[in-house]
Design a protein around this ligand. Structure first.
Ligand code: PLP
Length: 393
């Protein structure tokens, strides 16, 4: 039965992780894998998550199935976190999904049911899994210019120009914050300009928010969602709790859909329920129950804000450290985009050959595009990292 199938190439990042593990050099550095890490190189369970989990162990009295849409208390809290009251509540539906990826997949199903020819504009470049995930589901994808690899800035004029050529009903996938892979987000002024084109051309914004709280703050990072929700009849928002709650493997996220009116909202809610039933039937509960416990308790929410700020500040701090260290050892090169970017990722801006030399000669592991995860930088390894980069420039 499977004779016709071929072995597929291993995922580039998984291959890199395996190579890193095999490397015996003590000063090796992993800047590839996409998870947050402390200065000790760990991806710990947040203290607030431990507390919420303990509370669940003590009080949860059933593991019976939840509904296709998940837990209402979780969905309401997540909707508030993203929209903060923007967009009419009676036009909005939010469902619990298995992570941001599950949310994107359900959204793709909905868009295809609405119109099997739906075209989705995606940034060039975008998260490596956007294209296989959304394209694999059957959507037609089209790139819009986003990142200038020479100047390390957003190609805002070309982006707007391209979106002006889109047809009414086309979907535009936007990263709410911490653009993956470039780390560069539009300013509020640029978001306003993008929103104007979306409204003018009657496009449907689809905002992917996988890093809320990792750039500037929970409210600042949701700016484009709240701004658009007051302007457009229809929009989709995929949110993930993998990074900001550190719940990667528990698979927690939401899909929110803003509809033109409450009647359409009810239709969309029934369609979402049916799509979920035909893919994974019901969402996983544990991680969402943890998030719900935190967000529906003022004290736990306050503790989460503190732990989230610690992660954000560490990422920011490592960007500054690396830029400063490079300024000393490679003064002729401009790495200021490292500090203009936010969140975990940005491009280092070196060639594939230089990426390979960093791996081979210095034990520094970076994906081929030169996207780095700044969470792999520590005060202890930053000088070695900067010197190694300078040596291959
Ligand atoms: C831009 C973007 N969207 C979505 C996701 C999916 O996250 P999750 O692990 O919650 O599926 C990621 C994860 O890296 C991401 O970077």
């Amino acid at each position: 039965m499977f004779e016709g199938l071929k072995t597929l190439p291993a995922d580039a990042i998984l291959g890199l992780i395996a190579e890193y593990k095999r490397d015996t050099r003590v000063n090796k550095i992993d800047l590839g894998v996409g998870v947050y890490r402390t200065a000790a190189g760990e991806t710990p369970v947040l203290d607030v998550v431990k507390k919420a989990e303990q509370r669940l162990v003590d009080t949860q009295d059933s593991k019976a199935y939840i509904g296709t849409a998940g837990e209402p208390g979780f969905n309401a809290a997540m909707q508030t976190l993203a929209f903060a009251g923007h967009g009419d509540a009676d036009r909005l539906v939010s469902i619990q999904t298995p992570g941001g990826s599950g949310s994107l997949r359900v959204a793709a199903g909905l868009l295809l049911r609405a119109n099997e020819d739906t075209r989705v504009w995606v940034s060039d470049p975008t998260w490596a899994n956007h294209v296989p995930l959304l394209g694999g589901a059957g959507l037609t994808l089209q790139p819009y210019p986003y990142y200038d690899t020479q100047q390390h800035i957003i190609r805002i004029d070309e982006m707007l120009e391209t979106l002006r050529t889109a047809s009414p009903g086309d979907v535009v996938l936007l990263h709410a914050c911490c653009h993956n892979p470039s780390g560069l987000d539009p300013s509020e002024e640029q978001w306003r300009a993008i929103s104007e084109v979306i409204v003018e051309r009657e496009l449907v914004p689809f905002v992917d928010m996988a890093y809320q709280g990792f750039a500037h703050g929970l409210d600042e990072d949701a700016f484009v969602i709240r701004h658009l929700a007051d302007k457009v009849p229809t929009m989709l928002v995929s949110a993930s709790c993998s990074k900001n709650f550190g719940l990667y493997r528990d698979r927690v996220g939401t899909l929110s859909v803003l509809c033109p009116d409450s009647k359409t909202r009810d239709v969309v809610a029934s369609q979402l329920s049916n799509i979920v039933r035909t893919i994974y039937s019901v969402p996983p509960d544990h991680g969402a129950a943890v998030v719900s416990t935190i967000l529906n308790d003022d004290k736990l929410t306050a503790q989460w804000h503190v732990e989230l700020a610690e992660m954000r500040d560490r990422l920011r701090g490592m960007r500054v450290l690396l830029n400063d260290a490079l300024g000393k050892v490679a003064p002729d090169h401009d790495f200021s985009h490292l500090v203009r970017a936010t969140g975990m990722f940005c491009f280092l801006g070196v060639s594939e050959d230089q990426v390979n030399r960093l791996k081979k000669d210095y034990g520094i592991y970076i994906v081929g595009s030169s996207r780095i995860n700044v969470a792999g930088i520590t005060p202890d390894n930053v000088d070695y990292l900067a010197e190694s980069i300078a040596a291959v420039l």
